[in-house]
Design a protein around this ligand. Structure first.
Ligand SMILES: [Zn+2]
Ligand SMILES: [Zn+2]
Ligand SMILES: [Zn+2]
Length: 243
């Protein structure tokens, strides 16, 4: 929902710490002059401006929930500037949701209308993007499937409640593991701080970064309670990874 959360007056929502202001979850992978975004959140336009990206080479989707897809319309300026479609990678279920939520993208273009131009690719296994291998990490998000991605020595796994053993095998030997940790209180479709700490202890990445954090967790006080190699991520956080 983002922090501050609309209508909320809690301490984290009223916090003056800029790290307590959170847009919806997404990451930008910049390598070899390419910009690849995982998920286009409702904040995508603002996030792209903040990151200063002047081109977009591909979008990879984790799943089709509103907080991960609704910024798709805002790729249009990149279509115009780049004079072409942006490659989109998503699982079949997510493509089905994109077709429903963005029906106008798939209909015959109306004269004079500018709609996002996308080049759809179905994820059915590992794929290469500009020379880098993306390995899908299937997990469950409550009753629904979600994909994480391993890219070199890093992995991004948001919006999960359960990770099967076959996927855990793909998450060993990581330098950086970015994973969902919504709050302390159990949630039917998200991992809690306790559950995510247990997964980190099991998989032993060098560093772990919690994401998809709700307003229950203040940045400073939560980080003070976490192990040194586990941090809450924050908007604008950047680090280098080995691809
Ligand atoms: Zn709040
Ligand atoms: Zn979700
Ligand atoms: Zn989400």
């Amino acid at each position: 929902m983002g922090v501050p959360t609309l209508g909320c007056r809690c301490a984290v929502c009223k916090s003056a710490d800029p790290r307590d202001q959170r847009t919806r979850p997404s990451v930008l992978l910049a390598y070899g002059g390419r910009n690849v975004v995982i998920d286009t959140t409702p904040d995508f336009r603002f996030q792209a401006l903040r990151a200063g990206i002047d081109h977009l080479d591909a979008v990879v989707y984790t799943h089709g929930h509103a907080d991960h897809i609704l910024g798709l319309d805002d790729i249009r300026p990149f279509n115009l500037k780049q004079r072409g479609a942006v490659p989109i990678y998503a699982a079949p279920e997510t493509i089905g949701i994109l077709r429903r939520q963005f029906a106008y993208i798939f209909e015959e273009a109306k004269p004079g209308a500018t709609v996002p131009l996308i080049d759809l690719h179905t994820i059915d296994g590992p794929f290469d993007l500009f020379g880098v291998r993306f390995v899908p990490i299937p997990a469950m998000h409550g009753p629904d499937p979600v994909l994480g991605f391993r890219i070199g020595k890093m992995a991004y796994l948001t919006d999960f409640s359960q990770v099967p053993d076959s996927s855990k095998a793909l998450l060993r030997g990581l330098d950086d593991f970015i994973l969902d940790a919504l709050r302390y209180v159990p949630h039917p479709t998200h991992s809690t701080v306790e559950q995510s700490l247990a997964l980190v202890a099991e998989l032993k990445p060098k560093r772990a970064w919690f994401t998809h954090i709700c307003h229950d967790l203040g940045d400073a006080e939560t980080n003070a309670r976490l192990p040194a190699n586990v941090r809450l991520s924050h908007d604008g956080l950047q680090f280098e990874v080995e691809l």
